[in-house]
Structure formats: structure tokens, C-alpha cells
Design a protein around this ligand. Structure first.
Ligand code: NAP
Length: 276
């Protein structure tokens, strides 16, 4: 088993994830895994970084596929005995003008952005080593979406006692409400991506609380963040930040020094904590 520190970035064959891997290859003192669902796209991305003189490693990971997540978990356990840095970056968004029915958009978006991210956390968080760093890439859109929820939902999502099961029930209810076309009547905003990112932000708050309760002495720091508006296939060419600039806040959180005890359980944008 290797004692080398190890970092994993999900959805990192392109966009912000690839830029996070690039920065970690330069700054993280250990092995950095570029992971993605399609090995062909992954190897091409590895080759691109190799041409820049960097040495990322590759492992397949489709966050929609529990078997794929478990295979990565077993690999990390066996080769490294755990994990030092996890960046949950993989995500999807339908384009504004996409004509896919809203209920389908809701189901597909929540499946990856919330349920897939949660499944990765369920399998990989127990592997986090002392002083580990976990970064969940959410979005400022989670704030605007929260503001457009009913008062009752806002209260639930801001609660300091909401459980992971309760959050899962709420995310499931959103998808079901869209199928019955009652989501607005039930207090939901009209954005599947926004609700999925509410889920990621609230999940991060819950996970940080659980780490405080169950592994306080391990000094693990876990946060949600927004990379900013970044020129990628998701956000398009008009966005204001380059992918490398978008990687800055996630990388800052991934590399918080061992002397740091904060931020933890926060939403961070431009390296600053934003109250939820
Ligand atoms: P992107 O260029 O579209 O890249 C998304 C990445 O996620 C791709 O590598 C994609 O892989 C991967 N992915 C999607 N579904 C996956 C799955 N089931 N399993 C594994 N990987 C999967 O988007 P981006 O702009 O870099 O976004 C990265 C993260 O930042 C997302 O969580 C996004 O919501 C968030 N974000 C972006 C912006 C922005 O302005 N760009 C703003 C706020 C937050 P494939 O190539 O196989 O599709």
C-alpha cells in the first residue's frame, strides 16, 4: 500500500474539473487522479496535461453508476488505504432553450448533480484520511433558487438540524412534484439545476456537521463552493472566467493547510464564505 497522498477530482476530462486537476498536479504533493465516465475522453485529457509537463493519473468514474463508484472506492482503499482530497466537480445542466420536458430535466439533473454526488460521498467520505479536504462544487445559483423557494422550504433548507434522509426526501419530492406538474404550487422554484445545487449546498452543511459529531479529531474540512461564471461547455463562451480562474476557489479549499480549522461546512465563493 502506498503512503503517497492522493487526490481525486470527479468529472475532470474537461472544463473546471480539468483545470482543477491541472492546478493540483502543480500544487498537491501526491498522486492526482483525473476521473471521468468515458475512458477515451479521460485518456485524451491526461495526454493533454502530459503535454503540459504534468503527470495526472486516471481512473474511470461515472457518478451515476454505483458499481463504478464502488470500483474506485475499492481501488483507493487497496492502493492508498484511503483518500486525502476529494473534489466533487462532476455535474450537468440542460441548456436554457432545451425543449426536453421539465419533469425529465428535473429527474436527469437531480440524478447526477445531487444523487450521484451524494453516492460518491457515501462511498468515499469514510475513506477520508485525517486532515482530508472535501470540496463539493455547487453554484451561486443555489442561493437564487433558495430565494425562490416557499418560506417553508427555505426554512427546511437553512435548518441546522436537517438530516441527510430528510434532504433526500425533499429532492425526491421535487422530482415527483415536477412529474405531477405541481412543483410551483408546492413551493419549488422553476429550475432543476438550481434545486440540484440547493441539494449539493445543503448536503455539504449536513456532511460537515456529521464530521464534527463523528470525526472531530481528524481535522477534515468539507465545504461547498461556486467556481464563478466560467467559460466551459456548460456555461458557454460569454462567461467571465477562464477554467483555470474557475478552479481557484475549489483548489484553495482542496489545499487548505493542515493548520487550518476553517472554513468548514460553508459555502465559499471567490475564496470568501457566503452566509447561506
Ligand atoms: P462541463 O464543462 O460541462 O464539465 C462537466 C464535467 O462533468 C464533464 O467532465 C462531464 O463529463 C462530467 N460529468 C457529467 N456527468 C457525469 C457523470 N455522471 N459522471 C462523471 N462525470 C460526469 O461543466 P463545468 O462548467 O466545467 O462544470 C463543472 C462543475 O462546476 C459542475 O458541477 C457545474 O455545475 C459547476 N458550475 C459551473 C459553472 C460555470 O459557470 N461553468 C458555474 C457554477 C457551477 P462528460 O464529458 O463525460 O460529459
Amino acid at each position: 500500500m502506498s503512503n503517497v497522498p492522493v487526490a481525486v477530482v470527479t468529472g475532470s476530462n474537461k472544463g473546471i474539473g480539468l483545470a482543477i486537476v491541472r492546478a493540483l498536479c502543480k500544487q498537491f504533493p501526491g498522486d492526482v487522479y483525473l476521473t471521468c465516465r468515458d475512458p477515451g475522453r479521460g485518456q485524451a485529457a491526461v495526454a493533454q496535461l502530459q503535454q503540459e509537463g504534468l503527470q495526472p493519473l486516471f481512473h474511470q468514474l461515472d457518478i451515476d453508476d454505483p458499481q463504478s463508484i464502488r470500483a474506485l472506492r475499492d481501488f483507493l482503499k487497496e492502493k492508498y488505504g484511503g483518500l486525502n482530497v476529494l473534489v466533487n466537480n462532476a455535474g450537468i445542466a440542460f441548456k436554457v432553450h432545451d425543449t426536453t420536458p421539465f419533469a425529465s430535466q428535473a429527474e436527469v439533473t437531480l440524478k447526477t448533480n445531487f444523487f450521484g454526488t451524494r453516492n460518491v460521498c457515501t462511498e468515499l467520505l469514510p475513506l477520508m484520511k485525517p486532515y482530508g479536504r472535501v470540496v463539493n462544487v455547487s453554484s451561486m445559483v443555489s442561493f437564487s433558487a433558495l430565494g425562490n423557494c416557499s418560506q417553508e422550504l427555505q426554512q427546511k433548507f437553512r435548518s441546522d438540524t436537517i438530516t441527510e434522509d430528510e434532504l433526500v426526501q425533499l429532492m425526491t419530492k421535487f422530482v415527483e412534484d415536477t412529474k405531477k406538474n405541481v412543483h410551483e404550487k408546492e413551493g419549488w422554484p422553476n429550475t432543476a439545476y438550481g434545486v440540484s445545487k440547493i441539494g449539493v449546498t445543503v448536503l455539504s452543511r449536513i456532511q460537515a456537521r456529521l464530521l464534527n459529531e463523528q470525526r472531530k479529531g481528524d481535522h477534515i474540512l468539507l465545504n461547498a463552493c461556486c467556481p464563478g461564471w466560467v467559460r466551459t461547455d456548460m456555461a458557454g463562451p460569454q462567461a467571465t472566467k477562464s477554467p483555470d480562474e474557475g478552479a481557484e476557489t475549489p483548489v484553495y479549499l482542496a489545499l487548505l493547510p493542515s493548520s487550518a480549522d476553517a472554513p468548514h461546512g460553508q459555502f465559499v465563493s471567490n475564496k470568501a464564505v457566503r452566509p447561506w
